[in-house]
Design a protein around this ligand. Sequence first.
Ligand SMILES: C[S@@+](CC[C@H](N)C(=O)[O-])C[C@H]1O[C@@H](n2cnc3c(N)ncnc32)[C@H](O)[C@@H]1O
Length: 235
Amino acid sequence: MDAFFNLHDGLPREGPGDRESLDWALSRAAIPRDAAILDAGCGPGADIAGLLDHAPEGRVLALDTHAPFIAAVERGFGDDPRVTARCGDMLAATGPFDLIWCAGAIYGPGVEAALSAWAPQMRAGGTIAFSQLIWRVPEPPDAVRRTFAEVPRIGELTDLVAQVERAGWRVQAERVLPDAAWETYYRPLETRVQQKRLGASPELRDAIAATEAEIALWRRHRDSFGYAQIVAAAP
Ligand SMILES: C[S@@+](CC[C@H](N)C(=O)[O-])C[C@H]1O[C@@H](n2cnc3c(N)ncnc32)[C@H](O)[C@@H]1O
């Protein structure tokens, strides 16, 4: 197992998010009780129970390219016939879907590619709810820019809204993901770092240092970058 996944193995979620942010989005999505839902880039499946609370007679297709996450979803939901977990590319998912939920994972294919691949997979009246990295100020500090130098096309919330609308989707709600959702991700990760530090291999030590730097960057500069949450109606 590589050092990153050694550090992350068994954590409840793999990106910022929590029940409040799921409820915020789904209360604006108005999905049917029997909705067909794609959880795109589901990670270990942190949001599946919440999705099913909003669509108790629905179905969730949980997709991720990382097989151990799919195994975790199968362990958690193997007995629930409403949940199918599959290893695969989120852009290859075949609908029709009432809702595509994509928490912190749309960066994989990119917003533009995802929105154009998913438009034909939506039912009439279907909705997407996703979160994506944004700048919260026009000029983020150098340390922030350097950290995200490899991420293409990061803009402010208004730029992201415009990008979604240019792709033909109609934005119904948008906001900056609250800090509590980041703490929900980072607190268990901080505990894991403490547990793994003793006796860590050089590779694991590097992964721990990178994780600590990432968390410190967010704690110091969270006013200058964050995640947007977007809820949008299909074209
Ligand atoms: C930041 S994690 C978020 C996971 C989960 N949604 C959560 O909030 O815990 C992003 C996830 O997207 C997955 N991913 C990235 N690109 C993907 C793709 N093209 N198809 C499917 N999954 C992908 C990664 O393997 C990872 O599990």
